[in-house]
Ligand binder design. Structure first.
Ligand code: NAD
Length: 329
């Protein structure tokens, strides 16, 4: 397939682009590089530096080349920032996606895979979380993702859009071959922060809340390896049918507490990793674990990376071989 990928220079997008190219798909990436990295884009893919909200540019790209499908990763993705700057989140995540969908419709492209999030579930009443768990997001970021899911669903019946919203849990890890990995600035994800502490880039790290109703008192999350996200995207895009809107959770179905992840990192790195126990962050659910059985049943997907030590190990390999992250920054 010929696939147009937005945000393909970012963390998840770059791993998906690599996987698509390695499986024979032709890929064109658009990324404004506000967070992404030029050298994260797989060599066989073409990178166009530009903004998804630039309707003129997008129209020229989508009319010059006949694409079979779109993968849409480009978004602003920091929960705390979305609380401080909600309108910029609605602008980038909702308004720019609206532009993309209108231009897809005009260009006759009827397939899209969208990066949704477990943040659309808010504080779920029970775990594991199934796709039919009520979506009640508790922050602007989660609401922007849900708004896009609604646009996709409404577009299915109205103009025949085929869509697949993949609700990721906690993306983590790095490419098995060590070529690309996670390089966010500033870093806000747990595993890179742990590894920055292990490398002495931070003297210590905060553990937010040790009094949750979990076995060791810290929050439990479902850590899904970025290569497993990539295989889910590939299976989804290959299976989409025009006019049908679907949504799948993408997780391992297992949870690890913050302290368990830190312990795994201590074993992998051989470093002490000093922690400071601080208050809970408002809005952090105690446990988020996916029931990802639906995508297994419908598309035959299953995660290869299920051991937290292997997952942390892949991230550690990347951080050690790229101490300054990607070189084009
Ligand atoms: N990382 C996670 O754990 C996680 C979990 C759930 C959902 N998601 C979603 O997955 C997607 C990718 O996340 P990520 O962690 O790779 O983030 P990221 O910031 O690394 O990647 C996003 C990419 O999109 C680009 N971008 C942003 N706005 C753009 C615009 N207007 N035009 C062109 N490019 C633009 C950025 O430069 C970046 O390269 C996002 O939609 C995010 O909301 C991520």
């Amino acid at each position: 397939m010929r696939i147009f990928v937005t945000g393909g220079a970012g963390y998840v997008g770059s791993h998906c682009v690599k996987d698509l190219c390695e499986h024979g798909h032709e890929v064109v990436v658009i990324d404004n590089l506000c967070k992404g990295h030029r050298s994260a884009v797989y060599a066989k893919a073409r990178l166009i530096e530009g903004d998804v909200g630039d309707a003129k540019l997008l129209r020229s790209i989508l009319t010059a080349t006949k694409f079979d499908a779109v993968m849409h990763f480009a978004a602003s993705a920091e929960v705390g920032e979305s609380v401080r700057e909600p309108l910029s989140y609605y602008h980038n995540n909702v308004s720019n996606t609206l532009t993309l969908l209108e231009l897809m419709r005009d260009a006759g492209i009827h397939k899209i895979v969208f990066s949704s999030s477990c943040a659309t579930y808010g504080m779920p009443a029970s775990v594991p979380i199934r796709e039919d768990t009520p979506q009640l997001p508790i922050n602007p970021y989660g609401r922007t993702k849900l708004a896009v899911e609604w646009m996709l669903a409404d577009s299915a019946s109205a103009w025949g859009l085929g869509s697949c919203a993949l609700r990721y849990f906690n993306a983590c890890g790095a490419a098995r071959d060590g070529s690309i990995g996670e390089d966010h600035n500033p870093e806000s994800h747990l595993i890179p922060i742990i590894l920055e502490t292990a490398r002495g880039r931070r003297s210590q790290m905060s553990v937010f809340g040790t009094d949750y109703d979990t076995p060791d008192g810290t929050c439990i999350r479902d850590y899904i390896h970025v290569e497993d996200l990539a295989s889910a995207h590939r299976l989804a895009i290959e299976a989409i049918e025009p006019g049908v809107g679907q949504a799948f959770n993408i997780g391992t179905g297992r949870g690890n507490s913050v302290l368990e992840v830190i312990e795994a990192a201590r074993r992998i790195t051989g470093q002490e990793i000093t922690i400071e126990e601080v208050d809970r962050r408002p809005g952090d659910p105690p446990i988020l674990i996916a029931d990802a059985s639906r995508i297994g049943q419908e598309l035959g997907w299953k995660p290869d990376w299920t051991d937290i030590e292997d997952i942390v190990g892949s991230a550690w390999q990347w951080h050690q071989s790229h101490p300054e992250g990607f070189e084009d920054d």
